[in-house]
Design a protein around this ligand. Structure first.
Ligand code: FPP
Length: 262
């Protein structure tokens, strides 16, 4: 119904933020940090008799639309899972395809992101990507470093276990150098070494395509996150689907281990 009313594209133009698509949203109850597992590209393509990589191409368009909604609604932070440390197990041709897709996406979108005041950050082992992609990623981060709008984080060659091990190593290094006492290690200390340092904790995880698991995504950051699962495959996840998920977040009763406020 929503798609029929609003189409499959995010509103555009100067007054996009005032679009009727956003009418039912309580802007005071939006997540500070939304994390999305963009799953189902392969299934979407196979369902249409296409090769799997066609699903990834279609998924890029979905990502652009979802980022536009985040900009319109002034979400503080959006993190997407683009490539996990486990995704290297996929066929070589698919991995190559994805890496080229990420590079094309950056080349085509970075100026518009910059104009939209988006601050881009990459999470994960960027140092293990090809030198060209690594350079492109770091330049894109530098270009948007002073922006103050949506913090848009792309997890690429990212694994939650790997991130925690890297953080523990960094903290251990500080202990060994005498900069930090073991008894002074606290949550803030570890958080400061995570790829997400400085960002709010994740309070909403959205996963498309029916599976209900975290897949090694932001393990520390999601400690008190709410979860939203939908059967919709990522390429079919329209702005209206995203807005519906965001409205649902506003209805959640978040207690953080305490009791509901009366
Ligand atoms: C999961 O679908 C998706 C991925 C592993 C890649 C995600 C990449 C995109 C959505 C492209 C856009 C991203 C950027 C950063 C430009 P799957 O292949 O696991 O689908 P399946 O579970 O149906 O096989």
């Amino acid at each position: 119904m929503w798609d029929k009313l609003f189409g499959s594209k995010a509103p555009t133009g100067e007054n996009a933020a005032q679009s009727p698509l956003y009418n039912d949203i309580d802007r005071s109850r939006l997540p500070r940090h939304t994390a999305i597992i963009m799953d189902g590209n392969g299934r979407w393509a196979e369902g249409k008799g296409l090769i799997r990589t066609a699903g990834h191409t279609a998924g890029v368009d979905t990502l652009k639309q979802v980022l536009k909604v985040a900009i319109d609604l002034e979400l503080p932070a959006l993190t997407v899972y683009a490539f996990s440390t486990e995704n290297w197990k996929r066929p070589h041709a698919e991995v190559d395809f994805l890496m080229n897709l990420f590079s094309d996406y950056l080349a085509k979108e970075i100026d518009e992101m910059d104009e939209d005041n988006v601050k881009l950050r990459f999470l994960g082992r960027i140092d293990e990507l090809s030198p060209a992609l690594r350079k492109q990623a770091r330049e894109a981060e530098a270009q948007t470093a002073d922006n103050t709008g949506v913090h848009f984080n792309v997890a690429m060659n990212y694994g939650g276990h790997d991130e925690l091990i890297r953080a523990v190593r960094a903290v251990s290094g500080r202990v060994l150098s005498g900069d930090l006492k073991p008894e002074d290690i606290d949550e803030a200390c570890l958080e400061g070494e995570l790829d997400t340092a400085g960002l709010p904790p994740v309070d909403y995880v959205i996963r498309t395509s029916g599976d209900q698991r975290l897949s090694n995504f932001l393990l520390w950051q999601t400690a008190y996150a709410e979860f939203y699962f939908t059967d919709v495959n990522w390429p079919d996840f329209t702005p209206a689907c995203f807005v519906k998920a965001l409205r649902e977040f506003g209805n959640r009763d978040r207690r953080f281990g305490g009791l509901t406020k009366k």
